[in-house]
Ligand binder design. Sequence first.
Ligand SMILES: O=C(O)CCC(=O)C(=O)O
Length: 220
Amino acid sequence: MAARDQLRLDGLGLLTPPPERPAREQHDLGEGCTLELQRDFAASDHLERMDALVAAVPWLQELYLRGARPQPAPRLTSFHGDPGSGYTYSGIAYQPAAWLPELAELRARCEARTGVAFNCVLCNLYRDGRDSVGWHADDERELGPSRDDIAIGSVSLGAPRRFVLKHRRDGRRLVFELGEGSLFVMRGRTQRHWVHSLPKTQKPCGARLNLTFRVVCAGP
Ligand SMILES: O=C(O)CCC(=O)C(=O)O
């Protein structure tokens, strides 16, 4: 983007730079739900990281089994993790593929930033604005570290997209632009009280690669 395009006309007709967004922000949503956004997680090299991962990850397109006919999911995915970190979501049992070096490096970085020991990651590739994920919560019973503290470390590379949270009971909504190397962390009871989605967009937009690091707890 040209430097001039990043400027805006203020009320006096002067060109001023847009307000700086903080590198890190935290939100306490009440009910034991907290969010953190770290825009400086991998901002300097997110496109190189995305290119390497797009090439290395064995992408697949899941089939959603809702309705009469199976529908291809509007995104590509791949699940990786430690042995024993398999779990079931959207009615499908997933066994993790091995960590790739590019994923292992991001996991270590994510752990250093959050203090959480993640043992698996779901990789999501949104090829353009037609790709999306609908309302859901990452609230499967295997996820932890505990029932009252589900930690999700979500790294987004490439084009920013709107990530929307909606409170299950009162419908309150929160919107974050996630991309360009940001780390978004949901903790505590966020998955119990809120659902989230990544809506489609008609605005021209490039590819976005999202990595949701998770903790799968050993079964009984
Ligand atoms: O792409 C995103 O930011 C959301 C991904 C997500 O919600 C999921 O995979 O459970």
